[in-house]
Design a protein around this ligand. Structure first.
Ligand code: PLP
Length: 367
């Protein structure tokens, strides 16, 4: 049995008619930028995420970038970021001319470690960007308490964690302003690039609406030097349909993860995902770790099982950040060397999970 890393079929096949009808409605309405679909999706997503405002933008990176711009972060400012995130979190900080200051993750949850935060705070620190990595909520209680104590804002990177929660409160609702991505493979994915900012601040929401649309609220009157980073009507129409299914898809992801947990327990040195008390996990990815990662990946490839590495090179080792001459981040390095993401998608069948698990088992049985 060949098993891809990701299949959209169980999500998209049953919705074909519904989504094509939503797209056809946009086609016929002949209004393609910032119209009813974007407004309606923003209202639905704000409601879903339990925040007052959602502003649709072109992608997740822009969501984070515009969030920082709205907070007036700039040169000379430091922003705390995880050492083991996708590079987008760091790039957003670099775009506004501020300095990303990496902090090592908790070695079990892979999320920002509140115990390491305070050591990274300097008089230049302006804020903290927790990333709910792989779909698990960060320890937002302790992180918010530290931020408050030091007068810092928080911007959550919620790109991988739509629907995750810390002590019952949804991620993307804690920070002053937060970014998320609707890249197709994300838990809520468009049929192309898309993203959004979520906030409870009317002022910040208005600033981001202005920034995403050429710095303008009134057509041809430009208040600030803005961007063109709008969510398309077409993508908003698709996202409105898909959002209604997100809770079911989240349950299906969690069920796949539960089956993996059962099947993979106690194999060699294999480390399974750890979910912290207080956090829930929406399994954007199911990431396991082993010292034999490369050999395990080759073994799975040989038997037709798709896997990916999230991420093979941490940001501090990227050429893009060579100029910063950053020091060592051994936990991030260790995670990059040992992590492997197994196939997981909503609607993945139990037979698929047991097939993947049996091939992982056979790898460890023969060592
Ligand atoms: C996907 C992702 C982003 C960026 O989203 P895009 O829509 O691809 O720009 C940012 N941060 C994290 C953690 C991501 O996984």
């Amino acid at each position: 049995m060949r098993i891809p890393f990701l299949s959209f079929a169980p999500q998209h096949d049953p919705l074909r008619e519904e989504i094509l009808a939503a797209m056809a409605a946009v086609y016929d309405k002949q209004w393609y930028i910032l119209g009813d679909e974007v407004r309606a999706f923003e209202a639905s997503y704000a409601h879903y995420n339990q925040v007052s405002y959602c502003v649709g933008v072109a992608n997740g990176l822009d969501a984070l970038h515009l969030a920082l711009k709205a907070l007036q972060v700039g040169p000379g400012d430091e922003v705390i970021v995880p050492s083991n995130t996708y590079i987008a979190t760091w790039l957003a900080v670099s775009f506004v001319g501020a300095t990303p200051v990496p902090v090592e993750p908790d070695p079990f949850t892979y999320n920002l470690n509140p115990a390491c935060l305070e050591a990274a705070i300097t008089p230049r620190t302006k804020g903290i960007m927790p990333v709910h990595l792989y779909g698990q909520a960060c320890a937002m209680g302790p992180i918010m308490a530290i931020a408050e104590r030091h007068g810092l804002w928080v911007v959550e990177d919620n790109a991988q964690a739509q629907g995750a929660a810390w002590e019952g409160r949804l991620t993307g609702s804690f920070g002053a302003v937060n970014g998320t991505s609707f890249y197709p493979g994300k838990n809520l994915g468009a049929l192309g690039d898309a993203g959004a900012v979520t906030t409870n601040s009317a002022e910040l929401a208005t600033r981001i609406q202005t920034l995403r649309n050429y710095g303008s609220q009134q057509k041809y009157y430009n208040e600030v030097i803005g961007h063109n980073s709008r969510l398309d009507e077409l993508q908003a129409a698709v996202l409105r349909v898909k959002l209604t299914y997100l809770p079911i898809w989240t349950q299906q992801r969690q069920e796949v993860a539960r089956l993996y947990d059962q099947h993979l327990a106690g194999l060699g040195d294999l480390i399974l995902p750890t979910v912290a008390a207080g956090a829930n996990h929406v399994y954007h990815l199911y990431v396991v770790r082993t010292q034999f990662r490369d050999a395990l990946q080759q073994h799975l490839t040989k038997y037709g099982i798709g896997t990916l590495i999230h991420y093979p090179v941490p940001p501090h080792k990227q050429q893009a950040y060579a100029h910063m001459h950053l020091s060592a981040y051994p936990i991030a390095d260790e995670l990059a060397a040992t992590s492997l993401s197994l196939p997981l998608w909503p609607g993945m069948q139990p037979e698929h999970v047991s097939e993947v698990a049996s091939i992982v088992s056979s790898f460890f049985a023969n060592r």
